[in-house]
Design a protein around this ligand. Structure first.
Ligand code: DGJ
Length: 733
């Protein structure tokens, strides 16, 4: 191939050499490179994605046997391949033949964007394939802008965000699956021939089952801290599909985007269909290396207030459920304040006048305070919170309605339902989803938040819930022709409403809750500060749920609450230290009636919360994760560590996961420390009278990483149950 020009798009600078007929496009982060061949009039080819390569290597990639696979395959001319894009033109032609038109580079808000403009060889149909990098972040974002100027709408039947060929080999897929109360379960398997599809079609809560993120370990069975790994996260809150096609060629092909099932999109002339971002990351430091890359980027670019530490809170749900009463709310504020917490959140049950929200069968949609329960109204609660020195937060579920509500009585046309079909109800057998495709519904949702925050500017936190999937595909707003736009327009309506809310209320903290962990997704987080990781607060099961969630999401995003024993979801009884030690590895909070705790338990929590705020929170919420011992390995314990980027402090977590007598538990080697520095060990949330043998002792980072410390596997306290856990603070000298 005669390369007449090379375009090097570097994070910091773009160099274009003469001529634009043949271009090698190199997109670099500090440690990775993605290389494409973009010859004018020819197909865009993917050559390489992996660790950083030099320009010399890049220019000889083809000779080295690089992929040379279509980088954004279109359907039609060769229908045998799994396409990234498939359309039906206005004249009925079902083929696309996209070729490179030109390549451009621009800088936007400090990010470098490279766009390869593709055009159809015959039709006035274009696709811009975009790649964005940021200085100091190990992520390449890719997405497409699809547009045309044909005489009539073009139907888009497939519209992936990105496509990535990965060299065939002993490649393993790690992905997350699950269900309510058991979210983010880790699955791990070698890629074999055929197609692996990961998808969600809930319509609303797209991580309630499978997550829209995967990792591919390129060197055989995944390891946490070694080996080459590619991570891919589709940043979209709606239905998605990630497919990995392993055919008889030399490549596994990853295709990720909005799920096109029953979502054909009729694109009008001059309209641009922008696909969601697919974020890619590569690390040669194993799965945890990719996680660290995503966490950095997430905190800096994809979460609301990712630069601020999140508060320790008490949420009222498991404490009182729907039984909201003013004195109890105030008591809970006093209790969390006395334990060192910073925020009290009143959950479901506070609203509804004609149809009071005493249970889940009525009231959603009527966001007027129930003064039977709260005579002083919301202002009364805010005043009480001030008296107790904590902030105040409130629960809403604005995208939903109960048919037993004043809103539904007035506007039955606002719900999603198909004509000629019996309505399908969700929770309480009366819940339905409001049609966010409808601008009037968008206004209602905006107004719910706007009214609360205008009347009560001191509301510091909103828990935004969403407890139902789309059922009965049908929009009473969209035209008959555009019914297939429902899932996509729902999310456009939601995100544009969130844009309006954030434009007016940039500072309020908002939690994404969706029947627990249904909205752990980078398509949602730009407007949200955190998510409720699961409705399951059982500490043992949370070790697994939070392990999987940490693959892509930083601890500050993972709300993790100490709850009652026995646990309300699993009925398991675990000691308070273990429950606290698990909750402290995320954004710590409480989900309990403090009045049911003993004085000693409250004192224990108080001490733990103070330690969390002073020593643990800054490291865990903004530090680098090193997962050390997986609960999925079945070795009886799980362990991970967060270290500051400077490696001057680290917090080590160890939790027993199989409480068997005389079991041999592995000794955990640490990671992420500076081998040349010495670290002093201090146990956090210590409940035993006698300190651990290594308490206050100093060890080199090298020793801790090569040998680790022997964890005492039982708690030396009266009435100890079988569950033991340890949290150690390591401070460099
Ligand atoms: C589901 C959420 O996941 C819970 O935390 C709680 O807020 C309830 N909804 C309230 O109805």
């Amino acid at each position: 191939m005669n390369i007449r020009a090379i375009t090097l798009s570097l994070a910091a600078a773009a160099l274009t050499f003469c001529g634009l007929h043949a271009e090698r496009v190199k997109i670099d982060t500090k440690n990775t490179s993605l290389v494409l061949q973009a010859d004018k009039g020819k197909k865009l080819k993917h050559l390489y994605y992996g660790g950083s390569i030099s320009d010399t290597d890049a220019s000889a990639l083809k000779q080295a046997g690089a992929a040379n696979v279509n980088a954004y395959p279109d359907y039609g001319v060769d229908p045998s391949n799994e396409p990234a894009i498939a359309v039906v033109h206005a004249d009925g032609n079902m083929t696309l033949d996209l070729v490179v038109d030109n390549v451009s580079n621009r800088t936007e808000n400090g990010a470098e964007i490279t766009t390869i403009h593709l055009r159809d060889a015959y039709y006035p149909f274009t696709v811009d394939v975009n790649y964005r990098t940021y200085p100091d972040l190990e992520i390449i974002e890719t997405w497409t802008d699809i547009s045309h100027s044909e005489k009539k709408p073009v139907t888009l039947n497939a519209f992936a965000s990105g496509y990535l060929p990965v060299r065939y080999g002993d490649v393993w897929l790690s992905n997350l699956y699950g269900s309510w109360g058991n979210e983010a379960r880790l699955d791990c398997q070698p890629l074999t021939h055929g197609m692996k599809v990961i998808k969600n079609r809930d319509g609303v809560r797209n991580s309630a089952t499978a997550h829209s993120e995967v990792m591919l370990s390129l060197d055989g069975k995944p390891r946490e801290n070694e080996g080459r790994v590619i991570g891919a996260a589709l940043c979209y809150g709606g239905n998605y599909r990630i497919a990995i096609d392993t055919d008889a060629s030399n490549y596994h092909r990853l295709i990720a985007g909005i799920d096109p099932t029953q979502s054909a999109y009729k694109l009008k002339a001059k309209e641009t269909f922008t696909t969601p971002v697919l974020a890619l990351s590569y690390s040669n430091e194993g799965l945890s290396g990719v996680s660290r890359n995503f966490h950095h980027w997430g905190r800096e670019k994809r979460m609301a207030h990712g630069d601020k530490l999140n508060d320790v809170l008490l949420n009222s749900w498991e404490g009182v459920y729907f039984d909201i009463k003013e004195p109890e709310m105030e008591q809970m504020m006093a209790d969390i304040a006395s334990m060192g917490g910073e925020l009290f959140v009143m959950d479901d049950g506070w609203f509804g006048v004609k149809y009071p929200r005493d249970h889940d069968r009525q009231g959603l949609g009527d966001w007027t305070v129930d003064t039977r329960k709260l005579p002083g109204g919301i202002q009364g609660l805010i005043d009480a919170a001030k008296r107790h020195g904590v902030k105040f937060g409130i629960w809403i579920e604005p995208e939903m309605v109960n048919t037993t509500s004043e809103l539904f009585e007035k506007h039955p046309e606002y719900v999603i339902r198909a004509e000629h079909r019996d309505p399908t109800y969700g929770r309480g057998k009366t819940q339905m989803v409001l049609d966010m495709a409808n601008p009037k519904v968008q206004d209602i949702v905006f107004t719910i938040v706007d009214t609360l925050l205008t009347k009560y500017p001191e509301i510091a936190y909103i828990k935004w819930d969403a407890n139902m999937p789309v059922r009965n595909h049908g929009s009473q707003y969209l035209s008959a022709d555009n019914q297939s736009h429902l899932f996509i327009d729902y999310h456009r309506g939601l995100t544009s409403t969130l844009d309006r809310i954030r434009a007016k209320y940039p500072d309020v903290v908002i939690q994404a809750c969706a029947s627990g962990g249904g909205r752990a997704n980078y398509g949602i987080l730009p407007w949200f500060d955190e998510f409720w990781t699961s409705d399951n607060t059982d500490a043992l099961q949370r070790v697994y749920i939070q392990w999987g969630t940490s693959y892509f999401y930083p601890a500050m995003a993972m709300a993790s609450h100490i709850s009652a024993a026995p646990n309300h979801q699993t009925s398991r009884t675990m000691n308070l230290k273990y429950r606290t030690d698990v909750a402290m590895s995320g954004r710590l909070g409480m989900e309990i009636q403090p009045q049911n705790m003993t004085e000693q338990e409250r004192e224990q929590c108080h001490k733990a919360i103070e330690e969390y705020k002073a020593e643990i929170r800054p490291v865990v919420q903004t530090g680098d994760i090193y997962r050390l011992l997986s609960p999925y390995d079945g070795l009886g314990a799980a362990s991970l560590l967060y270290a500051t980027p400077e490696k001057d402090r680290a917090v080590f977590f160890w939790w027993k996961t199989e409480p068997f007598r005389n079991k041999q538990y592995p000794r955990v080697k640490m990671a992420g420390l500076d081998p040349a520095r010495n670290y002093t060990v201090k146990e956090m949330n210590r409940v035993e009278k006698t300190p651990l043998k290594f308490e206050g002792k100093t060890f080199s980072g090298r020793y801790l990483m090569e040998n680790g410390l022997e964890m005492p596997v039982n708690l030396n306290v009266d009435n100890a149950d079988e569950w033991a856990s340890r949290v150690l603070l390591l401070t460099a000298q």
